[in-house]
Design a protein around this ligand. Structure first.
Ligand SMILES: [Zn+2]
Length: 182
């Protein structure tokens, strides 16, 4: 079982002081906050491809690097990083071949129903499920609209640059979509 493997490994990790390689403080040395996707291919690739090591940046992850709600937990985290944790710029990093690209919400709802979610459960929600799970057609457009939402947030200072990039989940190559310094 995964949990047992994790706990067993963890004993070793701590005992052999492997953590010493990663020691740093809680402030981002490169003064940036990154919003990216939870895609498993990016777990190690993105920090390597962008030259980030432990302690360099704050990294937030959502499905699709999407931010749609200006008053949700992602925007709150960005604002905390900027105002409370010395982040001076924001990077939205989407990626090609993303699971949120052309996500089939009908199929997702079907899968929920087959795992036991009932119509009554759906009826209790005060959101539009289709809209809530909606992904995007073009990653560049999605990155642009996330950058826009962050840039225009009333609580984000005007002098905080917000950049938009797209990463290749295989090679790590970055394409610049929006240069926030301009
Ligand atoms: Zn993704």
């Amino acid at each position: 079982m995964l949990l047992e493997d994790i706990l067993e490994h963890n004993n070793q990790f701590v005992e052999t002081k492997s953590y010493q390689l990663y020691e740093t403080d809680s402030l981002p040395n490169k003064h940036a906050v990154i919003l990216t996707c939870m895609d498993t291919r990016l777990t190690e690739l993105l920090p390597k491809a962008m030259n980030f090591k432990n302690g360099d940046v704050k990294i937030l992850k959502t499905a699709g690097a999407l931010i749609k709600n200006p008053y949700g937990s992602i925007m709150r985290s960005i604002l905390v990083a900027v105002h409370g944790l010395q982040a001076h710029e924001v990077y939205v990093v989407g990626h090609h071949d993303c699971g949120m690209s052309n996500l089939d919400t009908d199929d997702l709802v079907k899968k929920m129903k087959s795992s036991g979610v009932t119509q009554k459960d759906f009826d209790q929600l005060d959101i539009d499920v289709e809209e809530w799970f909606q992904g995007f057609d073009q990653i560049e457009d999605s990155v642009k609209s996330s950058v826009e939402l962050i840039t225009q947030h009333p609580l984000l200072p005007d002098d905080v640059p917000v950049h938009g990039l797209v990463i290749d989940p295989k090679t790590g190559k970055l394409d610049l979509v929006i240069n926030g310094y301009k």
